[in-house]
Design a protein. Structure first.
Length: 226
């Protein structure tokens, strides 16, 4: 049943209420009228921004590639760089003078005193600084013959004589907490070849050993690492 008295009271109440103008004005700030053109405009702006970003990156890459020269001795493969044979100047030495170059070469003198045939000892200098020592060693031990090309390198660990760069390929092992790299090959006469590389006390060693002893690399490790 309709209550005429209650309806009259509500009508009188709302007629006497005055809503402050500032409330509705503030509310209008948070209510933005819809526009049919807004979605299209937003899509156009997004597309333009994406194009500008791609163009900017492309130009940056282009100018970096075209104008930035790589630093000296810098290469893209993990920071390792290589120097060529043409960068080296050589002098000859012998087993009596070799330890005066560096104490790490004492093993060559010890092998010679132990009966090994040591020949072709060369000292390579790069930009006037000691870079590498090369020699060839032949010896008999326990009825096995060992023919080795030996390279001892004194450059920074990430600066490598280019002909030796493949010595870091193959198996990675450890001997007395020293990491070594080993590649096994077969010589033309069918004998096993051990290509060994390791760093010990800051000096880099490379051995290319041809021998019937399949584990000739162990002799090299034991000879250097004490």
């Amino acid at each position: 049943m309709k209550d005429d008295r209650l309806e009259k009271q509500f009508a009188e109440y709302f007629e006497n209420v005055n809503t402050p103008c500032n409330i509705t004005a503030d509310a209008k700030k948070y209510v933005k009228p819809k526009s049919a053109y807004k979605p299209k405009l937003l899509a156009i702006l997004c597309s333009a921004a994406s194009f500008a970003l791609v163009l900017g990156v492309s130009l940056a890459v282009f100018f970096n590639v075209r104008t930035a020269a790589p630093p000296l001795d810098q290469s893209p493969d993990g920071g390792i760089s290589f120097y060529e044979e043409t960068e080296l100047s050589y002098t000859q030495t012998d087993i009596y003078e070799i330890t005066k170059i560096d104490a790490s070469l004492r093993f060559i003198k010890n092998l010679a005193y132990g009966g090994a045939n040591v020949k072709d000892c060369e000292i390579g200098y790069r930009h006037g600084n000691l870079a590498i020592v090369k020699t060839k060693i032949s010896m008999l031990n326990n009825l096995s013959r060992y023919d080795a090309e030996v390279f001892v390198e004194f450059t920074d660990e990430k600066l490598i004589y280019a002909p030796l760069k493949d010595y870091r390929e193959g198996y990675v092992g450890g001997y007395q907490n020293v990491k070594y790299y080993l590649t096994r090959e077969t010589s033309e006469n069918g004998e096993p070849v051990n290509k060994l590389h390791f760093v010990y006390n800051g000096t880099k060693y490379y051995f290319y050993v041809t021998s019937s002893d399949e584990n000739s690399y162990l002799k090299c490790l034991q000879m250097i690492i004490k």
